[in-house]
Ligand binder design. Structure first.
Ligand SMILES: [Zn+2]
Length: 357
């Protein structure tokens, strides 16, 4: 695995111009709130915005954050004593973010991983004066995973934080956060980032060839963190490649071959159910692209490296057949999640393929 590093502008946030402008103004005018709750899908950039705020507040250069000075470098390296991140296990895999999967891995099912001891440790640290910077910034990610007693304990800090102390909390869904915590924070909702901005950043700041940058940006579904992770770790795309290979069998295989594939996938489902849901979400994304192509919305296609095949099937099949098959994929995923016999579900799906053999 090749670890790529950012070649320039480590302080730059991909997208979220409105959020940055809001925070920039707030700092410039001395109206910084003592607690923010950043909400949005996994890998959209919530922690990045939290780190940017720490840079903006503590960088002493004329146009902060500069990303170059010793303060910025220490914050970016996670080595600044006044900028702390509560390191928590996230229950969000860096997988492709597709609706079918989120039905199974929603944040509401998150394990309770932030303990009261972690919050007490944080509170002891909050009480100390800043070591080096002007501001102490605490980033607490996936705040919905706090235990109830940890959340109640945190309330004290949220109510009466020391001066020059800011808490930045993040969550996927504000409805998962205790109302008492929510009401003490300024909530900032973070939207998905247009793929063009992600592709440009990968290309300019990470030296990624544009074609690959475009593919990763589109696959990311608007989440720059996912695209960067896929850039650093190409293995993240292996699952997609396997899903595309099996998709090929559903497009060109005989009925017998499709039934064999259904059996293989059903066996795999018994060992790794998540991987089969992932395969179906890749298939769904591919068939969405066929539908988009039929509707002449090719600029919205995700799987740009598959354009030739997608165009071929868009021209060959009726729009009704494609729409119906997309529905079949969704139904199959739902049934698998409801524990219906996987072999029956997958056989039905593969035999319903709109491509005649
Ligand atoms: Zn700086």
């Amino acid at each position: 695995m090749v670890r790529e590093t950012r070649s320039s502008h480590p302080e730059r946030v991909i997208g979220h111009a409105t959020t940055l402008e809001l925070l920039h103004q707030t700092v410039s005018e001395g109206r910084v709130r003592h607690a923010y709750l950043l909400t949005g899908p996994p890998h959209v950039g919530k922690s990045t915005i939290g780190r940017w705020l720490a840079l903006r507040l503590n960088c002493l250069q004329s146009s902060p954050p500069c990303g170059q000075c010793s303060i910025c470098c220490r914050i970016l390296e996670g080595a600044h004593p006044d900028v702390r991140s509560l390191q928590l296990a996230s229950n969000q895999d860096p997988t492709l973010g597709i609706p079918i999967e989120s039905a199974q891995h929603g944040s509401r099912t998150a394990e309770r991983v932030i303990s009261i001891d972690q919050i007490r440790t944080l509170q002891r640290d909050v009480a100390l004066a800043p070591h080096q910077g002007n501001w102490k910034v605490y980033l607490i990610t996936n705040v919905e995973t706090m235990s109830l007693e940890a959340a109640n304990c945190l309330l004290k800090t949220l109510e009466e934080p020391p001066a020059s102390t800011i808490l930045v909390l993040t969550t996927g869904d504000p409805l998962d956060v205790l109302p008492t915590v929510l009401s003490r924070c300024q909530v900032i909702r973070m939207a998905l980032v247009p793929w063009e901005l992600i592709a440009r950043a990968l290309s300019e700041d990470w030296n990624c060839p544009f074609e690959r940058a475009q593919l990763l940006a589109r696959l990311s579904g608007g989440r720059p963190g996912w695209a960067i992770e896929a850039l650093k770790n190409p293995e993240l795309l292996n699952e997609r490649q396997q899903a595309l290979t099996s998709l090929g069998s559903t497009l060109t295989g005989s009925i017998r071959e499709r039934l064999q594939l259904a059996e293989r996938l059903a066996n795999q489902f018994s060992r790794e159910p998540r991987s089969i849901i992932q395969i179906l979400s890749v298939w769904q994304s591919w068939w969405w692209d066929v539908q988009l192509t039929q509707r002449r919305c090719t600029d919205l296609v995700t799987n740009v490296d598959q354009s030739a095949e997608i165009n071929q099937f868009a021209g060959r099949l009726s729009t009704d057949a494609v729409t119906n098959y997309l529905r079949q994929i969704e139904i199959a995923a739902q049934r698998l999640l409801q524990n219906v016999n996987p072999r029956l579900v997958l056989e039905a799906l593969l035999l319903a393929s709109p491509v005649d053999r």
